[in-house]
Design a protein around this ligand. Structure first.
Ligand code: IPM
Ligand code: MG
Length: 370
């Protein structure tokens, strides 16, 4: 079997140290007969320091050619003063846009072992399993005009533009409905149709796609603010949530925290399948950021990064058995009380980034060979 080609973009902050743990899992897969070839490139502040851009054209080309991209994190106070166009986050946004990764899947799963780490009561979050499907290449993130205009006399006008076209809503809705079919058969669509024209269109298009193509899936609409409230009031009512780029950014941070730690959650950003090869461009990244306050100290939780690799096995390579084994390995390591600082609890054993990576990789290897 030809090796699958991965591009690793560790980025900034805790990105490099959590990405290092991915190597251990890939080594296990290699020994089990599934080789991966990796190449590493720069993104974010690290890329800016090296060549004044948040990702170079050369590295963009590598990302376009790879079978999948694994992304760590970008940003940090060191780059607070760099020009807006080349700020670290611009590298991530360019990857999403140029690779046309319109569908962002953010699962929020509460491992039973961690239910007490949530800010909500155990009974509200224990067993929580929701999937946020966030539109990722449109909306106010990319709409034009996007500018600050000088009006004179000390006045300026800042403008961002929220814009969605029918096809963008249709394709993200289909992703959500398809995924709901593989889960609990329910989609909740969130927008602000009471205030925004894009919300009116969003609601109309999602409703039509549901009615015409997915009668078997239960569709419910919620205003995005009410959705945020319901997420902390009764999160287990949700199965798949589909929403736009900006609401998805906010709601997925809320959902992430329900699970106890931002350090646990992976994400997948997918493009459309190529019409001839069926292959889709994809980027996998933890939901947490670069955590500059703990970067380089060896305490970061590598689980979100490793769980992102599990999503890659599932969505890019159809290696379901391996993906499940890796997810079970993570759950088992947590169950036996191995914890990084962010999820430490009384009576558990606190470990650093590398030890957590070792523990998950070792358990994964045992499960694969069982
Ligand atoms: C995320 C992040 C990014 C976003 C930033 C880093 C640009 O918050 O992936 O949720 O806003 O999309
Ligand atoms: Mg965010």
């Amino acid at each position: 079997m030809a090796a699958r080609k991965l591009l690793l973009l560790p980025g900034d902050g805790i990105g490099p140290e959590t990405m290092a743990e991915v190597g251990k899992v890939l080594a296990v897969l290699g020994r089990a007969g599934s080789p991966f070839e990796t190449e590493t490139a720069l993104v974010g502040g690290a890329a800016y320091d090296a060549h004044g851009q948040s990702i170079s054209d050369g590295d963009m080309a590598l990302a376009m050619a790879a079978d999948a991209v694994l992304f760590g994190a970008v940003g940090g106070p060191k780059w607070d003063g760099v020009p807006y166009e080349v700020r670290p986050e611009a590298g991530l946004l360019r990857l999403r846009k140029d690779m046309a990764l319109f569908a962002n899947l953010r699962p929020a799963i509460c491992y039973p072992a961690l239910a007490d780490a949530s800010s909500l009561k155990r009974e509200l979050v224990d067993g929580l399993d929701i999937l946020i499907v966030r539109e990722l290449t449109g909306g106010v993130y990319f709409g034009e005009p996007k500018e600050i205009v000088d009006l004179g006399q000390g006045q300026k006008r800042g403008v961002d533009t929220q814009v969605y076209e029918t096809y963008e809503i249709e394709r993200i809705a289909r992703v959500a409905f398809e995924l709901a079919r593989t889960r609990h058969g329910k989609v909740t669509s969130m927008e602000k149709r009471n205030v925004m024209k894009t919300g009116v269109l969003w609601n109309e298009v999602v409703s039509r796609v549901g009615r015409d193509e997915y009668r078997d899936v239960r569709l419910e609409h919620m205003l995005a603010d009410a959705g945020g409230m319901q997420l902390v009031r009764n999160p287990k009512q949700f199965d798949v949530i589909v929403t736009d780029n900006l609401f998805g950014d906010m709601l997925s941070d809320i959902a992430a925290m329900l699970t106890g730690s931002l350090g646990m959650l992976p994400s997948a950003s997918l493009g459309a399948p190529d019409s001839s090869t069926g292959r889709r461009r994809a980027l996998y990244e933890p939901v947490h950021g670069s955590a500059p306050d703990i970067a380089g100290t060896g305490v970061a939780n590598p689980i979100a990064m490793i769980a992102s690799l599990a999503m890659m096995l599932r969505y890019s390579f159809e290696m379901t058995r391996e993906a499940e084994a890796l997810e079970r390995a993570i759950a088992a390591v947590l169950e036996e009380g191995t914890r990084t600082a962010d999820i430490m609890a009384p009576g558990c054993r606190q470990v650093g980034t590398a030890e957590m990576g070792d523990a998950v990789a070792a358990r994964f290897e045992r499960l694969l060979n069982a």
